[in-house]
Design a protein around this ligand. Structure first.
Ligand SMILES: Nc1ncnc2c1ncn2[C@@H]1O[C@H](COP(=O)(O)OP(=O)(O)OP(=O)(O)O)[C@@H](O)[C@H]1O
Ligand SMILES: Nc1nc2c(ncn2[C@H]2C[C@H](O)[C@@H](COP(=O)(O)OP(=O)(O)O)O2)c(=O)[nH]1
Length: 226
């Protein structure tokens, strides 16, 4: 049986985590678990943790560490027999430490994209809230303006992707992520990829993973979202 492979993808908002995670899931059969999507599912299902998380997200704040770990760790246990890729978690050093005591990671991918590029991308990001499908009016526009390709439902823009909230959000990310990145660097599992284009970064990530993942686990393949 193929060895279980555990990876984390990090990067500021707009750096391409969702887009690249989807490619990784499709190519290598890893289960993609996005903390943002998982929170939104909990909010929609009106779970206790979801209701609590909503009060923070609405204010543009990070959800407290103990709420995040209480939510995410049981989910990771559920998929413990699969190889997985975590996107959006851990976001803080405290979260990274809890994850560390729960499992050993094989690889941490860190995306390094210039600030101006991030601002430009997020301005044009539209999502289909029910599925988490991500569009960009320049990079991967929907076939019909304003509607999801698959369901035909309307697309929305996140409040915090709008220009006013962006700069503070990107600064905040840098401050919080630095100690997490330093931790993974010290463990020797950090792989950083720097470029302005996802299509340039992707072949490098793909070849790194091809070497690290001895054999893919196709049964864990997720549904393509792009
Ligand atoms: N690991 C986490 N710790 C704390 N809060 C989180 C975490 N992951 C997500 N959240 C909360 O959920 C919100 C939505 O998360 P999500 O990752 O979808 O979007 P984001 O923060 O806009 O980042 P990105 O654009 O990189 O996807 C965040 O703004 C934050 O409030
Ligand atoms: N122009 C351009 N846009 C890109 C590129 N890669 C991803 N995008 C788009 C897709 C989204 O609309 C937006 C942010 O990407 P994302 O995958 O949601 O990033 P993240 O917030 O999950 O890290 O940018 C890219 O390489 N070029």
């Amino acid at each position: 049986m193929a060895r279980i492979f555990r990876a984390v993808i990090m990067g500021p908002p707009g750096s391409g985590k969702g887009t690249i995670s989807e490619r990784i899931a499709r190519t290598f059969g890893l289960q993609h678990l996005s903390s943002g999507d998982f929170l939104r599912e909990n909010i929609d299902a009106r779970t206790e943790a979801g209701k609590l998380a909503k009060t923070y997200i609405k204010k543009g704040l990070l959800v407290p560490d103990h709420v995040m770990t209480r939510l995410l760790l049981p989910r990771l246990e559920e998929i413990a027999r699969h190889s997985w890729l975590l996107d959006g978690f851990p976001r803080t050093l405290a979260q990274a430490q809890v994850l560390n005591s729960a499992c050993d990671l094989d690889v941490v991918i860190s995306l390094n994209v210039p600030f101006e590029t991030l601002k430009e991308r997020l301005r044009h990001r539209w999502i289909h809230p029910a599925s988490g499908r991500v569009y960009n009016l320049v990079f991967n526009p929907p076939r019909v303006k304003g509607v999801d390709d698959i369901t035909g439902e309307p697309l929305i823009q996140h409040e915090d992707d709008k220009a006013e909230a962006l700069v503070a959000r990107l600064r905040h990310y840098k401050d919080v992520a630095k100690p997490v990145i330093d931790l993974y660097k010290s463990k020797g599992i950090l792989h950083t990829f720097s470029d302005t284009d996802t299509d340039h970064i992707w072949p490098h990530i793909s070849s790194m993973l091809s070497v690290k993942i001895t054999a893919p686990t196709p049964s864990a393949q997720s549904t393509p979202t792009h």
